[in-house]
Design a binder for this molecule. Sequence first.
Ligand code: SAM
Ligand code: SF4
Length: 326
Amino acid sequence: MPLDSYHRDIDYLRISLTDACNLRCVYCMPENMTFRPRDELLSDAELRRLITLFGTLGFRKIRFTGGEPTLRPGLVELVRHAVNTPGITAVGLTTNGVLLDQLAQPLADAGLQTANVSIDSLDEEKFRKLTRWGNLRDVHAGLAAAARAGLRIKLNAVVCRGVNDGEDVVALARLTLNNPWQVRFIEQMPFGNNSDFQKRGMVSEAELLTVLTTAFGPLELVNGGQLDGEARLYRLPGGQGALGFISPVSAPFCAGCNRMRLTADGVLRLCLLRDNEINLLNLLRGGENDDAIATCIRQAVHEKPWGHGLAQHLIPSARGMSEIGG
Ligand code: SAM
Ligand code: SF4
């Protein structure tokens, strides 16, 4: 296992397949966002090579994300490659779900195990307001297809003050009563391109717990509060699924961080919320061999920062969330 200088096992790589998206969520990117040209992104062959290398280095888990990863034409084959990579034991996808209706079955056939689907509200109008371009019916169709294909489903909702922080949260939580899903509420994180808006909009885990206990009564803490990945889990009384709280702002989980991020343009990002980056694309296109690239990745793991600096008002400025891969 690759250990960083704080003795954390860094065995989880999130790979952004594109910075482009078919939605424009208000907390993620401006409506007039521009995207990188295709030739600045890692090719499928470069991605396969890096995935194999990360597998040999001791990485165990890969999640494809974006931008919107389902826009990448080679997604299914990249999933198949990751699933068949020696050393990789878990492969997941984070998606807005819009194209999952068509893709869920081919992805499951390629060996995909989990789909994290973003859905911030079950109300058509609010969903549109938050995603700017989204149609809730598409996501429902995607979720149904994912369930039919046997994918393990988690739902992600970013909570925005004054928009979906009341009845929407309650309606999303209610889904866990009859579905074996994890519904996770994510605190909004600030990035340089949008940070004032994001800080104003952030709703903390403590505020959400008050909303939910008022609606459902006391929630049952799962696993004694031990995090599942980055989420603290609760269960509604009698619920089949679980509620998760991902609270990087009010309750940072940096001590247990096990991940690195590979951006679509081939940069290894050492912490989501810090701008330290190592450019792997230049090494690949400069003709470096696997040993040289592996040495660089080991060094990057070693240099992974202890944690983010939000409490010290240090806000990442080089890229927004969609350019990193959440
Ligand atoms: N397009 C896919 C999606 O929306 O699921 C994958 C990429 S998106 C950047 C990954 C996750 O980041 C989503 O769950 C999204 O809601 C979340 N996200 C985007 N901007 C965020 C922000 N400023 N703070 C917290 N989460 C954010
Ligand atoms: Fe697109 Fe995901 Fe960002 Fe929404 S959160 S704009 S779906 S990348």
